[in-house]
Design a protein around this ligand. Structure first.
Ligand code: 7TS
Length: 414
């Protein structure tokens, strides 16, 4: 159980917006931060700010130790065998780009195929478009059905000896669909392909174990799991990282530099050129500890209950269409919808006046929206600090929207 008192851990939730209680339903974009995480960031800058992996004085050693401890915490958080398998990046976006550049450029050849899905966030689409264009490789796409679920029979047909990579979101940031990654990975491996899992929307919301999933790469972001912005990571099996060429070149990723050539450090340092985002990476570990203290299983259960409540309550709003699976076993706490006759941006703007923060637009998934046949949706996304009363507020807000936009009766004829 996630106790309602977790709300007290998040100072921002006590603010008001337009004179109303803040109802924050945009955690898929970024989560709010508990006091403990905010304090840890202040503590870093006020008591042990120093560069890592170079100083031989006490403070620099403390910063280095905590930076590496955070790596170990986060590696354990996703079930990695060793901390060295986790490379810090700025975000999920940078993590996927790291794989596309370092692994992709060394591996993908003309005629090779990369299988993606039609529900990918642009950050798990555009890097592969760039790579495919450079290498003369081909992108293939697993479509989704009317329930927002991947069509695995089509996937089966797309797989071939040409397939080198299958890259997909663990959980869709629009449909909420939790994809059957384990099954998809097993089939990819049988075809000799590697598997990249975009965990931006799963790692914050459910227990994740990369070994159990059968992933070869797993990307995630700190800011969506109660941590700071500017801290993300790519996990990969050590042998894969070890065989990969570097991504960025620069200080701290090298062993020996000559004028013409260099040799590189071992993973993960080979992939962390220059001064990293020290404070945010340290504090991200604090966020993972915080979530684990509550329990990822409990968070998933809380969101399942809340999602079921939301799907039921939204079903009573006339003209409202929700996308994605109906069964909460198959989906997370992301609910995208359209309201008949009202532009999704207008919905969000009116809700804002009621103190309710939701996102509207294409949510960086233009092909997904094209597939749904709509230009945009409004999206409410939940986290551990949301409650039924937030959903009640959303439904009340939607009734305000309907009233404002309902066609006015024609003036009486005289
Ligand atoms: N992958 C998925 C599935 C995402 O939802 C996002 C961000 C990313 C990748 C990129 O993560 P970043 O940390 O590098 O930005 N999704 C959203 C969203 O749905 N609204 O704002 C950001």
């Amino acid at each position: 159980m996630v106790p309602e008192s977790v709300r007290d851990d998040f100072p921002i939730l006590s603010r008001t917006v337009h004179g109303k209680r803040l109802v924050y339903l945009d955690s898929a974009a970024t989560s709010q931060k508990p006091r403990r995480v905010i304090d840890a960031l202040v503590r870093y800058y006020t008591t042990y700010n120093a560069n890592v992996h170079r100083g031989i004085y006490e403070m620099a050693e403390e910063a280095t130790r905590r930076y590496e401890e955070s790596r170990a915490t986060l590696a354990a958080f996703i079930g990695a065998r060793r901390p060295e398998e986790l490379v810090f990046t700025r975000s999920t976006t940078e993590a996927i780009n790291l794989v596309a550049y370092a692994w992709g450029r060394a591996t993908i050849r003309s005629g090779d195929e990369i299988i993606l899905t039609e529900m990918e966030h642009h950050s798990n689409l555009v890097p592969w478009q760039l790579l495919a264009a450079e290498k003369g490789a081909k992108l293939r796409f697993i479509p989704f059905d009317g329930q927002g679920q991947l069509q695995l029979d089509v996937y089966e047909r797309l797989l071939s000896p040409r397939t080198k990579l299958v890259a997909l979101a663990h959980q869709s940031n629009v449909l909420g669909t939790i994809n059957p990654v384990k099954e998809i990975a097993a089939r990819a491996h049988a075809a000799g392909a590697k598997v990249l899992v975009d965990g931006a929307q799963s790692a914050p919301h459910m227990p994740v174990n990369v070994a159990d999933l059968g992933a070869d790469f797993f990307a995630f972001s700190g800011h969506k799991m109660c941590g700071p912005t500017g801290a993300g990571a790519i996990w990969a099996r050590y042998e894969i990282l070890d065989a990969m060429p570097p991504f960025h070149g620069g200080g701290e990723m090298i062993m020996l530099v000559q004028l013409e050539t260099s040799t590189y450090k071992e993973p993960p340092h080979k992939f962390e050129a220059g001064t990293p985002n020290i404070g945010d990476c340290i504090v991200w570990g604090e966020a993972a500890d915080y979530l684990q203290g509550i329990g990822m299983g409990a968070i998933r259960e809380h969101e399942k209950r809340l999602t079921a409540y939301a799907l039921h309550a939204l079903g009573d709003v006339p003209g409202l269409a929700v996308f994605g699976p109906r069964d909460v076993e198959d989906r997370g706490g992301v609910v995208a919808f359209t309201l008949e006759g009202v532009h999704p941006h207008d919905v969000a703007q009116v809700l804002d006046q009621e103190g309710i923060a939701v996102r509207a637009g294409h949510h960086c998934t233009q092909p997904l929206h094209r597939r749904l046949g709509v230009a945009a949706t409004t999206r409410a996304s939940m986290y551990l600090y949301n409650t039924e009363s937030d959903i009640d507020a959303l439904v009340r807000g939607l009734h305000v929207v309907r009233k404002l936009f309902s066609p006015r009766p024609a003036p009486a004829q005289r």
